[in-house]
Design a protein around this ligand. Structure first.
Ligand code: SF4
Length: 301
């Protein structure tokens, strides 16, 4: 079987012709999906099969639970969004107000199905980790006049080559005339080294977007806040690096568009994957484990 791509007046129709003349759903979804985001591109780089299951087949993860790390990250982001949004209206939140808001959002959003996967860790531990991160942030940056906030949760849409890229910046600021800052909050326990940040795709991609959207941009500073470590890390990109990155992104998106196999790429990320039951590389392992468990149960009887 093979896929045919028909292009006419800018409309692309992809049909997979099989023995029964069936239309391939994956190909149709792919042909209508023209928007990309950094997270989609990163997902493909990590594992093409995972990308397909999630973004093309749109399979709802079976019995998946939200992890507490993501829950914590969301609540901390909300608190910092409130802090800077209200600063735009000239209201500075006291530390108590900020922490009270975090507490309120945590309680209002909590539900029993949230997964705590790390052994020995409790809900209280994660709650207090977020609380401590916010306390440290408040102390570190108060009175929050390092730069002028332009927007929080800034929605971006820009083109790289023929492709539309969408994304959100946690906070966009300006520290001097024409000097923009792209801030990203991280709540992971992992602290990367400078080399990793200097080659990070996400914020550099947003830099391309900011340059396209604001004609007065002279310089852009990329800023990561590793909140659990109370550590700020920065990076800058040259024009030549951005040019190279555009090429890299276009080539990656073309790879995604051309791919008709979406091979599984096994790695330690498989431990966190929501789709092992659908993954050709893992299905067999699951069946073997299930059979072995059944045999064990029978032997015990
Ligand atoms: S289990 Fe691993 S190889 Fe399979 S889809 Fe998930 S990440 Fe990819």
């Amino acid at each position: 079987m093979s896929c045919f791509i028909l292009t006419s007046w800018g409309l692309r129709i992809t049909i997979k012709l099989g023995t029964k003349g069936k239309i391939c759903l994956t190909c149709i979804q792919r042909s209508t999906m023209k928007d990309f985001s950094q997270s989609r591109i990163a997902a493909y780089e990590n594992c093409p099969q995972h990308y397909k299951l999630r973004y093309l087949d749109r399979i709802k993860p079976p019995g998946s639970k939200e992890g507490i790390e993501a829950f914590l990250g969301q609540r901390v982001h909300e608190a910092l969004e409130k802090l800077y949004k209200e600063l735009l209206l000239s209201k500075e939140n006291s530390q108590d107000e900020l922490l009270a808001y975090y507490r309120e959002r945590w309680q209002a959003n909590w539900y029993d199905n949230i997964a705590i996967r790390k052994k020995g860790h409790t809900r209280k531990y994660y709650f207090e980790t977020g609380l401590r991160a916010l306390k440290n942030y408040w102390k570190h940056y108060q009175p929050f006049d390092q730069a002028r906030t332009l927007s929080t949760e800034f929605a971006m849409e820009f083109k790289v080559g023929d492709f539309k890229i969408k994304g959100y910046i946690d906070r966009l600021s300006r520290s001097a005339e024409g000097v923009y800052e792209i801030h990203d909050y991280r709540t992971s326990g992992f602290l990367p080294n400078q080399e990793k940040l200097d080659s990070d795709l996400q914020l550099a991609l947003y830099q391309i977007g900011i340059k396209a959207m604001f004609p007065d941009v002279k310089d852009v500073l990329l800023v990561w806040h590793y909140l659990l470590h109370d550590k700020e890390m920065t990076s800058v990109r040259t024009e030549a690096q951005l040019k190279d990155m555009k090429k890299q992104v276009i080539s990656l998106i073309r790879d995604i568009e051309r791919d008709d196999q979406f091979k599984p790429r096994e790695s330690n990320l498989c431990d966190w994957c929501e789709y092992p039951a659908y993954c050709p590389a893992k299905k067999l392992d699951i069946q073997i484990t299930e059979k072995t468990e059944k045999v064990d149960v029978r032997l015990k009887k």
